[in-house]
Design a protein around this ligand. Structure first.
Ligand SMILES: [Zn+2]
Length: 453
C-alpha cells in the first residue's frame, strides 16, 4: 500500500479506534450504524489536482451517508439505521465508536473517500530574458585573467500543477484477525461448552467478563474472529454489488492489527473507500447525485444479502457449532476451493528446506497463507520487503507441494510473492502470483541422496 500509504493509513488508524467492547452478536440484524467519515475541522482528503472540484471528503461522505441511510430505511424498514453524524461536525473517532456502541449497533458501515500522492507536471506560460556569461582568458601564469562576456538569452517560464490520480474505483477495508491460536481454533470447533451465537440472555453474562483474563481473551478472540468473517462476507458483497454497476474496484483489503483491537471489536465493521477524490472521474462520480445514489444502492443490496445470510445461518448455529466439527475435518481446506497453478518444480538435495517469503516488487499489503502438503503452515501473513522464514520437511515418496494462497490482492493485483528456497546446497528464487481464483504452487522433488562414502 505504498502508493497512497499516508491517506489510507490515516483513515484506517481512525477506523481501528472505533472498535470498542460492548454488545455482542444477536440473532437478527436490527441496528446498523452508518458513519460519515471525518467532519468539521477534519476535512479528510481534498481534491487538489488541476481541474479538481476541490471537494472535501467530509462532505462527500456525509452526502453518501444520507442517501445510504434513506436507501437502507426504504429497503429494510424493520432495521434501525442510525448515523453517527448528520451535520458538518467534528467527531473524535472515539466519540464515533462510543456513539455506535451506545446505539446498540450490530453492523458498522464507515463511508470514506480515497486519496493518494499526486504527480506534479509543468507547462510553459511565457519566456523571460536572462543574462549569461561566456569567459575568455588572457595572459599566462600569474598574469592570467578571466574576462566575462555577457550575452542575453530567452528562457522559458514554467508553471507547475498537480495531475489527477490515474487510479480509481471503490475498495473495502476490514480487519484481519490473523493470529488464531490452535487453542482458539479448538474452541471454535465446538470443543468448549458455550455457544458463540448465544442469545441476549446469556450474552449479558459475558458483559461482565474481564477481557484481559486468559479466558476473556479467548472469548473475545472468538467474537473477533466471527466479526471478521462477517465483515469479510459483507465486504465481499459490497465489492460484488459495486462491480455490477460497472465501476472499477480495488477489492476487499485486510488490515492486520494487534490483538488488543480484535479483542475489543464489538460488531462487524467495514470501511468503504467509495472512490478517489483526486481522480478526475471518481471525484465527479462521488460528488454526483447519480454516483452517490448508485453507491448507496450497491451497499444497501450488499447489506440485504448479508442480513439474509447471517439470519439464515444463525438458525443453524447450534448444530453447526456443536455437531459439525467432525464433518468439517473432511471438508476441503480453503485453498482447495481454488485452482492451483504449478509454478515451478525444484529438484532439491535435502529433505529439510528453508523458505523465505517476500513481497515481490512494490510492497502493497499482500496477505498470503501457505499450505504444505495441504497443512496450513503460514496463516494470513502480510508480505513485506523483509522476508518471513519457515522450514518444511519433505516426505520421501510424497508429492511435497507448497501452495501459496492469496488472502487478498494487495493494492496492486495480483498478489505476488518471491520465495527464496534453500536446501543447504542450492538457492532458488521463485516468483509466484496468486489471486482470488488461483493459487500458485512449488513442487519439490527429492533427489536421491548421494551415497555416503
Ligand atoms: Zn477518510
Amino acid at each position: 500500500m505504498l502508493k497512497n500509504k499516508v491517506p489510507v493509513l490515516v483513515c484506517i488508524a481512525a477506523f481501528n479506534l472505533l472498535i470498542l467492547a460492548g454488545a455482542y452478536s444477536q440473532k437478527k440484524l436490527t441496528t446498523i450504524i452508518v458513519d460519515a467519515g471525518h467532519g468539521g475541522s477534519d476535512n479528510g482528503a481534498v481534491g487538489i489536482y488541476e481541474g479538481s472540484l476541490r471537494s472535501k471528503e467530509k462532505d462527500v461522505t456525509l452526502a453518501i451517508t444520507k442517501k445510504l441511510i434513506a436507501q437502507l430505511q426504504k429497503e429494510l424498514p424493520d432495521v434501525k439505521t442510525l448515523p453517527t453524524r448528520t451535520t458538518d461536525v467534528f467527531q473524535d473517532v472515539r466519540d464515533k465508536a462510543r456513539l455506535a456502541n451506545e446505539m446498540g449497533g450490530q453492523l458498522f458501515l464507515c463511508i470514506h473517500a480515497d486519496s493518494g500522492p499526486l504527480k506534479t507536471a509543468r507547462r510553459q506560460i511565457g519566456t523571460r530574458e536572462e543574462t549569461r556569461y561566456r569567459y575568455t582568458y588572457t595572459g599566462k601564469g600569474r598574469k592570467k585573467k578571466k574576462i566575462p562576456h555577457p550575452y542575453r538569452v530567452t528562457v522559458p517560464v514554467y508553471e507547475y500543477y498537480k495531475l489527477p490520480m490515474q487510479r480509481s474505483g471503490t475498495s473495502v477495508w476490514i480487519f484481519a484477525a490473523h493470529k488464531t491460536s490452535d487453542k482458539l481454533k479448538a474452541i471454535m470447533e465446538g470443543g468448549e461448552d458455550f455457544d458463540v451465537e448465544a442469545g441476549s440472555e446469556s450474552d449479558s453474562a459475558y458483559n461482565n467478563f474481564d477481557f484481559n483474563s486468559p479466558e476473556g481473551r479467548q472469548l473475545a478472540q472468538i467474537y473477533a474472529k466471527r466479526f471478521q468473517e462477517r465483515s469479510d462476507k459483507l465486504a465481499t458483497y459490497v465489492i460484488d454489488e459495486i462491480e455490477k454497476t460497472g465501476r472499477p474496484t480495488g477489492g476487499v483489503n485486510q488490515r492486520q492489527v494487534g490483538i488488543r483491537v480484535l479483542q475489543s471489536t464489538n460488531m462487524p465493521a467495514i470501511l468503504v473507500e467509495t472512490g478517489f477524490i483526486n481522480s478526475y472521474e471518481d471525484e465527479r462520480y462521488i460528488n454526483s447525485e447519480k454516483g452517490q445514489q448508485e453507491i448507496a444502492e450497491a451497499i444497501t443490496d450488499a447489506v440485504k444479502r448479508y442480513k439474509q445470510q447471517i439470519e439464515s445461518s444463525n438458525k443453524n448455529t447450534v448444530q453447526l457449532e456443536t455437531k459439525a466439527p467432525k464433518e468439517e475435518k473432511n471438508a476441503p481446506a480453503e485453498f482447495e476451493t481454488r485452482t492451483t497453478k504449478e509454478t515451478k518444480v525444484l529438484q532439491v538435495q535435502s529433505d529439510k528446506v528453508k523458505v523465505e517469503i517476500f513481497d515481490d516488487g512494490e510492497v502493497d499489503n499482500d496477505i498470503v497463507s501457505v499450505y504444505f502438503n495441504k497443512d496450513l503452515i503460514v496463516d494470513k501473513k502480510s508480505l513485506t520487503a523483509n522476508g518471513y522464514t519457515f522450514n518444511v520437511n519433505l516426505v520421501p515418496g510424497k508429492t511435497n507441494e507448497l501452495v501459496l494462497y492469496a488472502d487478498n490482492l494487495g493494492s496492486i493485483p495480483p498478489n505476488t510473492a518471491l520465495m527464496i528456497i534453500t536446501d543447504g546446497v542450492n538457492r532458488y528464487e521463485v516468483r509466484l502470483a496468486s489471486d482470488l481464483k488461483t493459487n500458485a504452487s512449488v513442487r519439490f522433488e527429492l533427489k536421491s541422496q548421494k551415497p555416503q562414502l
